[in-house]
Every structure is written in structure tokens, then in C-alpha cells.
Design a protein around this ligand. Structure first.
Ligand SMILES: Cc1cc2nc3c(=O)[nH]c(=O)nc-3n(C[C@H](O)[C@H](O)[C@H](O)COP(=O)(O)OP(=O)(O)OC[C@H]3O[C@@H](n4cnc5c(N)ncnc54)[C@H](O)[C@@H]3O)c2cc1C
Length: 398
């Protein structure tokens, strides 16, 4: 089959790209799955957090070259684009933007319908396994042996995160066309921690300040809800910290502060007055008025403090305050690709034109979305990146 533009991958970036490129006709969307936009349906817990009102380059990690591009794509460009496709959006109190219906299916549906209206042709169940650059364009071979010829080719194959949705085949296709790929690691993912401490806390959710340390240095700090699993800690703030795990090797530590609103000294004084006012209560209840009850009991077990609250000496109160303000858990790694929302690393941005996403290594090739070396924090930043880079490539080709 011949076409003007072959877009490989009907995810967030590929759907927007196909839609924008359709103005000049001849667009073919190739998708390995039997349906388009499958990952989109799973985003934001089925609600699709599609952008954020507060987009800034500081919300992204990866290649520093993304700064100029992100500045030229404020959230209104994305919400405006969806409005043109027939989808209204709404923001929550923290700036996270969703479809007005809070349904990811509405966002995916708007993109798929717009592609259909604009005459984009589709081949689902076509998994590209080989791309050859010829004088007049590209020959793309699918896993079942069929071929597609296209003047322009867009790689929008996603990354390695959540392998049930995308498996990172785009990277080797890009490499076969002259690109490099930086180290890839799972990002926006929970952390695996050593020791038995978390076992009894499985399912406990609480607010905390969370900081990632490596070899005595604080790498990053976030605040929010943490969720304990058996051998793991997750929650949005921990997932944001996971972006800093790239290339660390061993020696990382997660430090949790369960009472950010009090200084260590203020907490000591509260615990002293608690013990003085309730001397008969068991020591294991020392934290009962301050932190999650299950968490408080496990922290006291960790400290090994027994007896009555009134028997605790100043040194023990100090240790107790110290553990609430800075529980240190050795990090063994992340929960891996299966649980990750996005890929850190990818094709370096210097290998593409920052305005159009056209390859500087292979003329006529465009690369967009998660395949590029850019990953953002939780809150709509990664879909924003996918939509904007897809739109930039599509506008150029449209
Ligand atoms: C559970 C979950 C929830 C998330 N929630 C949010 C959220 O609320 N907000 C947010 O900003 N981000 C979220 N993300 C991240 C976001 O989904 C990704 O950043 C985004 O989908 C990347 O878009 P993409 O188009 O680059 O890749 P994808 O959406 O992964 O699309 C790539 C497409 O290419 C297809 N494909 C791959 N290789 C081939 C091939 N060789 N041939 C043909 N087709 C191929 C795949 O099947 C897939 O359909 C979430 C991720 C996960 C896993």
C-alpha cells in the first residue's frame, strides 16, 4: 500500500499527529494492536489527565533542549486543540486537566473520530518490524510480512513503560534509521525498599514529605500521599522521585517525614507533653494522636520501645521524634516497567528539529511522544508532551 504519511502508533502522539497531518490527505495510521488508543483509556485511572494548567520546563526531566518547545506549548494550546475536536475539558484544584466527562474514552473517542472525519486511513493489527529508507521515502514491513510505502514516516511507538500497552519496539526502528537512544529506565513508578518494615503496613496511605537520597546527598524532595505495599512504597510523590533513579546504581535511600508541619523540636515537645499527660498509656500509643495508627505502632516496634509512656526517658523521646521526622528506607530499585507510567530516556532531542520533530539523521522521518528523551512528573505532563510533539510533527506534514 502507498501513502504520503505513515504514522506508526495510534497512541496519544500518533493520533494527534495523524489528525493534524490529514489536511493534505494521504495519511495512513499503523497500529500493532487491534484497536487505537488503548493506553489512553488506562490513563488517569480511566479519566485521562491530558494536560496541566501549570506547564513549565521544570516539570520535566530528560534532555534540557525541551525547554524552548515546552514554553511554546502552554496547556491552552492542548485544551484548545481538544475543543476543536469536540471535547470540553475541566481542571481540578491542582491544575490537572481532564475531559469534562472525566472519561478517558471521551478523549480517545474524540481523536479517533476526528481522524476518521479527516479521511485518515487505518491499518490496525499492523506491527512495524522493519523500516528501510529509500530514495523516494520509506518501506515499512509489518510482522505479517505486508509492506507499506510512504513518502514520510512518523515514529510514535511509545516507550517501554506498561508493556501491556507498548513494548518499546520504536527504539530499535529509530536506531536502524541512524538514531541513538540514551539509557532507558522506568519512571513514575513505586520504589522497592529493603527490609520487613513495610510488610505490616500493606495498604496504609498517609501524607508525608518524601526525599530521595543517594550517597549522603538529597537528590529531590516531594510532598503528598504515600502508599505502602509489601516491600514497596508508592504514591504520586514517590513516583515523581522515581524519575531520579536513572543511572543511580545502588545506595539510594527514601526518607519519609510523617509530620511535615512540625519541626523535630516541636514534635519532641509534643511527645514529652503526651507522655507526661498520659503516663499510664502503653508506649506503643505514643504516636496515636499524631500519625496513622498502624504506622505509629510499627514505628514504635522498630524503635523497640515498650512499657508505659510515662517511663520513656528524654533520649527515647528524641529517638521517637527522629523516626517520625526521618524514617530512612534503603531503596533496592523501582517496581519496574510493569508498574511504570513512562520511560525515562529515549531518542535525544538534539537528533530532531525542536519545532517539527523531524529527524536530523534521516530526512522525512519524524519522532514524537514517549520515544523522545523527555519525561514529566505525574499530573498530565506526559500526555501533554505526547500531544504537543505529535501536533508539531502533524502540523508540519499537514
Ligand atoms: C497506567 C498509566 C496511566 C497514565 N496516566 C497518565 C495521565 O493521566 N496523564 C499523563 O500525562 N500521562 C499518563 N500516563 C503516561 C502516558 O500514557 C504516556 O506518556 C503517553 O501515552 C505516551 O504517548 P505515546 O503516543 O508516545 O505512546 P503510547 O500512548 O504508548 O502509544 C504508542 C502506540 O504505538 C503502538 N506501537 C508501538 N510499537 C508499534 C509498532 N512497531 N508498530 C505499530 N504500532 C506500534 C502501541 O501499540 C501504542 O498504541 C500514564 C501511563 C500509564 C501506563
Amino acid at each position: 500500500m502507498d501513502c504520503r504519511v505513515a504514522v506508526i502508533g495510534a497512541g496519544a502522539a500518533g493520533l494527534v499527529c495523524a489528525c493534524k497531518a490529514a489536511g493534505r490527505g494521504g495519511v495512513l495510521l499503523l497500529e500493532g494492536n487491534d484497536k487505537p488508543g488503548r493506553k489512553l483509556l488506562a490513563t488517569g485511572n480511566g479519566r485521562c489527565n491530558l494536560t496541566n494548567l501549570n506547564i513549565s520546563p521544570d516539570d520535566y526531566w530528560g534532555d534540557p533542549l525541551l525547554e524552548g518547545f515546552i514554553k511554546s506549548w502552554p496547556s491552552e494550546r492542548v485544551t484548545g486543540m481538544f475543543r476543536e475536536l469536540g471535547l470540553l475539558t475541566r481542571a481540578d484544584g491542582e491544575g490537572r486537566v481532564y475531559p469534562a466527562s472525566l472519561q478517558a474514552a471521551a478523549a480517545a473517542g474524540a481523536l479517533v473520530s476526528a481522524c476518521r472525519e479527516k479521511g485518515v486511513q487505518t491499518m490496525y493489527g499492523f506491527r512495524a518490524v522493519k523500516i528501510v529508507r529509500e530514495r523516494r521515502g520509506f518501506v515499512i514491513t509489518g510482522d505479517k510480512g505486508s509492506t507499506v510505502r510512504a513518502k514520510y514516516c512518523v515514529l510514535a511507538c511509545g516507550g517501554l513503560a506498561s508493556p501491556g500497552h507498548s513494548r518499546g519496539e520504536g527504539y530499535s526502528l529509530a536506531e536502524s534509521l541512524g538514531h541513538t537512544v540514551t539509557e532507558l529506565s522506568p519512571s513514575l513508578v513505586g520504589l522497592r525498599v529493603r527490609g520487613k518494615f513495610t510488610r505490616a503496613l500493606k495498604g496504609v496511605r498517609c501524607r508525608a514529605g518524601a526525599a530521595l537520597w543517594h550517597k549522603g546527598k538529597e537528590l529531590s524532595r516531594e510532598s503528598g500521599e504515600v502508599i505502602f505495599g509489601d516491600g514497596s512504597v508508592s504514591g504520586i510523590c514517590v513516583m515523581d522521585l522515581s524519575a531520579h533513579m536513572r543511572g543511580l546504581g545502588g545506595g539510594a535511600e527514601l526518607r519519609l517525614d510523617f509530620l511535615e508541619q512540625l519541626s523535630v523540636r516541636e514534635l519532641e515537645s509534643y511527645l514529652e507533653s503526651f507522655a507526661a499527660a498520659h503516663p499510664e498509656r502503653p508506649a506503643e500509643e505514643l504516636f496515636s494522636g499524631a500519625v496513622n495508627l498502624r504506622l505509629g505502632r510499627e514505628l514504635m516496634k522498630l524503635l523497640g520501645l515498650r512499657g508505659a509512656a510515662g517511663e520513656l526517658g528524654p533520649g527515647q523521646i528524641k529517638k521517637a521524634a527522629g523516626i517520625v521526622k526521618g524514617l530512612a528506607l534503603p531503596v533496592e530499585g523501582t517496581l519496574g516497567w510493569e508498574h511504570a507510567q513512562v520511560t525515562a530516556g529515549g531518542v535525544p532531542l538534539c537528533e530532531a528539529d525542536p519545532n517539527t520533530m523531524e529527524s536530523r539523521k534521516c530526512p522525512g522521518l519524524y519522532i514524537c511522544g514517549e520515544m523522545l528523551d523527555a519525561d514529566g512528573r505525574c499530573g498530565g505532563y506526559n500526555l501533554h508532551w505526547a500531544f504537543c510533539t505529535g501536533a508539531a510533527a502533524g502540523e508540519r506534514l499537514g
